[in-house]
Design a protein around this ligand. Structure first.
Ligand SMILES: Cc1ncc(COP(=O)(O)O)c(C=O)c1O
Length: 381
C-alpha cells in the first residue's frame, strides 16, 4: 500500500472525484434499485452510532436495547408475538441464516423455493451445501401450488415463500403453501421488500394475501429496513418465531462480551440499528402509509404512461414494482442498455422477460414522464 499518507484535503478531493462518478438517488434516475434515500434523521442517527458494534454486544447495551425494540416492533408489524431476531446486513444475510437454522435443525438438505425467489437462496444453498429445488411459477407468476406440493418431501429442510418478489413485487399464496409444510420442516418468508409495503397497503383497504406470523406454520421472516424501511444501508432484519431455533446457529464467542453469536456476521454495522430505529420511530405506521401511498401513486402514473404508449403490463402492480412487456423484436436488455446511455438506470426481469421499474420514494412523477419520453424514442428507433 501507499508508504506515505497525504493531506486530508487531498484525500477528500479524491473521494469527491470518485463520488462524482456515482449516481445519486436524488437525481430520480435510478429505477432498478430496491434501496432509496434514507430519512435525514436516520443519517444523523447513523453517524451518532458509528462506533457501535453488536457483534460485541456487551459493550453497547444502549444499541442492544434499540435492536430489541426494533425486533419487537417488526414482530408486531408481522403479526407475531414475542418474536426474536437480529438486525443484520440485509436480505441475503437473513436468507442465509434461515437456511442455516433449517439445515441444523432438521439435518436435511433440500430447499424448496419458487423460481421467483431472490438469487440469495442459490448463494445460501451453495454456501451451506444444500440442494435447491426450484418450483415453477403459475400463470400469475407466483409459486405453482400443485408443483410445490410434489416438490416438498421428507427430504425438505425448508420451504420459502415470497412476499414481494424482486422482479414483480408479487406475493405467493403463503397460507395455501403452509398446508403442505410437514410439521418438522422450516417455513421461511422472504418479505425483504414487501414487509415494509404490504401491511401499509392493507391499512389503506387493500386485501392482500396473508404472508406473515399470522400463519402458524411460518417459522422465520426476512424484512429489510434498508429497502422500503427508509433506513441507511446496511440494514436487514431476520425474525424468528421460536428463540430456540435461532440457537441452532449459536457459535461460542470466546474473548467477546457475549457467550454466543447467533448471526452470520461477527462485527456488525450497528449504526444502521440506530438509523432503523430513527426511521421507524419518527415515521410510525402512519408515516410509512404515506410513503407507500405516494409510491403507489407514482407507480399508477407509470402504468398509465405505459398503457398510453401501447405497452402491456405483465400484471397490474400489487406494490411499487412494475413489469412492462416490450413490443416484439425489442430485447429488454438492449433497451435497458440504450436507456443507460441516456442516464436511466432501469432493470430487466427474466420471469417473464420484461422491462422492470422499481418506483422507490426518490422517483417522482416528473421522472417517470421524462423516462417514458426517452423510452418512446428508444422503442421508435
Ligand atoms: C426479495 C428479496 N430478498 C432478498 C434480497 C437481498 O437483499 P440484499 O441485497 O439486501 O442482501 C432482495 C434484494 O433485492 C430481494 O428483493
Amino acid at each position: 500500500m501507499w508508504e506515505r499518507g497525504i493531506e486530508e484535503e487531498k484525500v477528500l478531493a479524491e473521494l469527491e472525484v470518485a463520488s462524482s462518478h456515482d449516481l445519486q438517488f436524488s437525481d430520480g434516475r435510478i429505477m432498478g434499485s430496491m434501496c432509496t434515500l434514507p430519512r435525514p434523521v436516520s443519517l444523523k442517527a447513523h453517524m451518532d452510532f458509528i462506533e457501535s458494534n453488536l457483534g460485541n454486544a456487551g459493550l453497547y447495551p444502549g444499541t442492544k436495547a434499540l435492536e430489541t425494540e426494533i425486533i419487537e416492533q417488526l414482530g408486531q408489524l408481522m403479526n407475531g408475538r414475542n418474536i426474536s431476531g437480529h438486525i443484520v446486513n440485509g436480505g441475503t444475510e437473513s436468507n442465509i441464516m434461515a437456511l442455516w437454522i433449517a439445515r441444523n435443525m432438521t439435518g436435511k438438505k433440500e430447499v424448496v423455493f419458487p423460481k421467483s425467489a431472490h438469487f440469495s437462496f442459490m448463494k445460501a444453498c451453495d454456501l451451506l451445501a444444500m440442494t435447491p429445488i426450484e418450483v415453477p411459477l403459475d400463470e400469475n407468476f407466483t409459486i405453482d401450488l400443485d408443483k410445490a406440493r410434489w416438490a416438498i418431501s421428507d427430504k425438505t429442510a425448508i420451504v420459502i415463500g415470497m412476499a414481494g418478489t424482486t422482479e414483480l413485487g408479487l406475493i405467493d399464496p403463503i397460507r395455501e403453501l403452509a398446508d403442505f409444510i410437514p410439521s418438522n420442516t422450516f417455513f421461511h418468508i422472504d418479505a425483504a421488500f414487501g414487509g415494509f409495503v404490504i401491511p401499509f397497503l392493507n391499512d389503506m383497504g387493500h386485501s392482500l394475501p396473508d404472508f406473515d406470523f399470522s400463519i402458524p406454520e411460518v417459522s422465520s421472516m426476512t424484512i429489510d429496513p434498508h429497502k422500503m424501511g427508509m433506513s441507511t444501508m446496511p440494514s436487514g432484519a431476520f425474525l424468528v418465531r421460536h428463540p430456540e431455533h435461532a440457537e441452532k446457529i449459536a457459535t461460542r464467542a470466546p474473548y467477546l462480551t457475549l457467550l454466543n453469536q447467533t448471526t452470520l456476521s461477527g462485527t456488525r454495522c450497528s449504526a444502521a440499528v440506530a438509523s432503523t430505529y430513527a426511521a421507524m420511530r419518527s415515521l410510525g405506521r402512519s408515516g410509512y402509509r404515506q410513503i407507500v401511498r405516494d409510491c403507489m401513486e407514482v407507480t399508477h402514473h407509470a402504468t398509465a404512461r405505459a398503457v398510453e404508449m401501447g405497452l402491456e403490463l405483465v400484471t397490474e402492480p400489487v406494490m411499487n414494482v412494475l413489469g412492462i412487456y416490450l413490443p416484439e423484436g425489442k430485447e429488454p436488455a438492449a433497451v435497458q442498455a440504450t436507456l443507460k446511455k441516456k442516464n436511466w438506470m432501469v432493470s430487466v426481469a427474466e420471469n417473464p422477460k420484461c422491462l422492470r421499474l422499481v418506483i422507490m420514494p426518490h422517483v417522482k412523477k416528473e421522472n417517470i414522464d421524462s423516462l417514458f419520453i426517452d423510452l418512446g424514442d428508444v422503442l421508435a428507433q
